[in-house]
Design a protein around this ligand. Sequence first.
Ligand code: ATP
Length: 377
Amino acid sequence: MANVRLEDIKRRFNNVTAIEDITFEIPDGEFWVLVGPSGCGKSTILRTIAGLETATSGKLFIGDRLVNNIPARQRDVAMVFQNYALYPHMSVAQNIGFGLQMRKVDRKIIQERVMNVARSLSLDHLLDRKPKQLSGGQQQRVALGRAIAREPQVFLLDEPLSNLDAQLRDDTRAELKQLHQELGITTIYVTHDQVEAMTLADKIVVLNRGRIQQIGDPQTIYASPANQMVATFLGSPPMNILPAIYHNNGFDVSGQLLTIPAVVKEKLQLRQEHSYDLGIRPEHIFINERPSGFTVAYNAGSPNRQEENESQLIVEVKVVEPLGRETLIRAGLPGSAVVLNIQVGADVRPRPGDRLSLQLDLNHLFVFDPKTGDRIL
Ligand code: ATP
């Protein structure tokens, strides 16, 4: 096992800078997830660590060893791709043991290790099958098994679950997490799936356009995103963004005035008549029972009622999606194209066309600079 350290790594392809300023250190045994939209540079970072790409500049360490000029096969890392290429003519056992056989490991030891790995991945009853006799999920587990059997210092996983259907993806994700808990091998996992990132990671690295936006544990990144990109990338449904103009006593959101508490105003250096983007997560919006009434809201855990009237927004319901455990409402601000996602209890079922009075939990309000996306509050 080993820690992995990247110091100011940059990779250019001709005129395109795929990644730059990439600096982080993954402690030995941790599970880190690189996440971000398509083209943000996730795979390039992973491939650089694997030795499949060469950094244009910067330093890369695995353990204490500078590996910039060390070939991939000598880095002691194992990589699993989205398209797990198994050897079709070999059995599951031979596929899992292949890396060991190449290293001329003793036959008995190979057999033993293959059996152990197969057991931990529930593949032990399939050892004699050929890949084409397996389901997609089983094939992917064999690819993982092949990587695990090599007992690498570092695991590199590039969207390993994206070819699996939803149920299998959930199951395999849980297995991966358990496997990591058992083996404790330093793991770097690339995905654009924020649920995988949130559930698997010790630390998440959020990337955009080749640069790191934020590094942190999932809960911190969710609760305290560094900027608008991070805020809207993590969370499903995503954080609502409301364009607003600041006036003396609050925010004008499409003609409706949202008054903000004095303590918040004091914290912010807001400019009069200036544009801001307000951010509020779907679970931090509550429905008032009657518009403009000081009544109990539908949701448990509603914010302090005192300022209810001052922070309400009137919206018109567009779509209601009952999701079993909860209801997701999409509602528009009258006279504007802004649509809000609102997450409420399963028993709340307004109809399309209904007008609702919304209460925003101002303790969870974010304010962004619309030009830079920087977070102000
Ligand atoms: P995805 O989620 O779509 O796989 P990614 O975040 O993994 O994307 P990369 O594959 O790392 O992104 O690509 C980062 C940037 O580098 C992209 O703009 C891509 O077009 C560019 N790029 C990657 N490989 C090459 C290459 N071999 N030649 C030229 N440009 C490349």
